[in-house]
Design a protein around this ligand. Structure first.
Ligand SMILES: C[S@@+](CC[C@H](N)C(=O)[O-])C[C@H]1O[C@@H](n2cnc3c(N)ncnc32)[C@H](O)[C@@H]1O
Length: 262
């Protein structure tokens, strides 16, 4: 009988299929967790699981969820968004006519849409170009649809919930003005950032690089910070940390928020 694939072969085939190198994620429990997922989903091994991944975006989405636990909510981490709204964004709007903002690893759009809501509160949505990216096609499809359940909106201030969402059939639909303000595209954080990409005034890369090995995390911070213009901001997750930020011309303003020096 043909022996099933081992994890090394699975990683190799997965890389050829998606361009995502699983070796760059922290791997302590990954093999065990993926094994559990394979069993739970009723596949008899890694080979048949891989075949199913190739033919189902839903399963691929589940798998990406598994790698990075892709839950997200609007206004996740109140302190951070308060600071963005009351300080960082105001600072940027005073310095730049137009803002380019990028949310990397944006999941179902909760983060970039929160930025759009904040900018609108500051009457400046028209001055910003917001890009949001993720590796997961299904997550991007859901982000473009912008249909949420109440759990994902629990931190949205009640007035804003009323004015920015339409409630229909038990779901909340984000108003078109905010949907139009964000452009979603597929991007793998492990791929180099486009050389010809313009500088950003703010990059959010939150609750995603924690899942990568330390040297990969450092490479991402280096790549990303090169794309932030002086005076711009890099926002990371509350459980994430940049060691010696001055290596990347970054200064920590408050935990999770860094400012580019030059
Ligand atoms: C935990 S969510 C973070 C969502 C949002 N940034 C937040 O903080 O609420 C992590 C997201 O990273 C995405 N992701 C994982 N690996 C990635 C990669 N190599 N490139 C781009 N996105 C990736 C996942 O698909 C998932 O949507």
């Amino acid at each position: 009988m043909k022996k099933d694939w081992d994890f090394v072969q699975f990683k190799k085939e997965f890389y050829e299929f998606t361009g995502l190198d699983l070796d760059r994620y922290k791997d302590k429990q990954m093999e065990r967790r993926i094994g559990q997922l394979v069993n739970r989903e009723g596949y008899d091994g890694l080979h048949s699981f891989f075949k199913a991944l190739k033919s189902s975006n839903e399963l691929l989405h589940k798998f990406y969820n598994y790698l990075t636990i892709n839950t997200s909510i609007f206004f996740r981490d109140t302190k951070i968004y308060d600071y963005l709204q009351n300080s960082a964004m105001v600072d940027l709007l005073n310095k730049f006519n137009r803002l380019k903002i990028w949310s990397m690893g944006c999941s179902h759009g909760e983060e970039p849409y929160t930025i759009a809501l904040i900018l609108d509160q500051l009457s400046s949505l028209h001055r910003a170009e917001i890009t949001a990216s993720d590796i997961d096609d299904k997550a991007l499809e859901m982000a473009r649809e912008a249909r949420y359940n109440l759990n994902q909106l629990e931190k949205v201030p009640p007035e804003l919930l009323k004015s920015a969402f339409e409630q229909k059939n038990g779901f909340y639909y984000l108003a078109p003005a905010y949907k139009k303000a964000v452009t979603f595209k597929k991007h793998n954080l492990l791929a180099p950032i486009y050389d010809n990409m313009p500088s950003m005034q703010m990059i959010l890369c939150r609750n995603v690089f924690i899942y990568f090995k330390i040297d990969v995390q450092e490479w991402i911070v280096e790549e990303v910070s090169k794309k932030i213009s002086p005076g711009g901001y890099l926002i990371i997750g509350c459980a994430e940390f940049i060691n010696k930020p001055e290596r990347y011309q970054l200064e920590r303003v408050i935990p999770s928020i860094y400012k580019k020096l030059k």
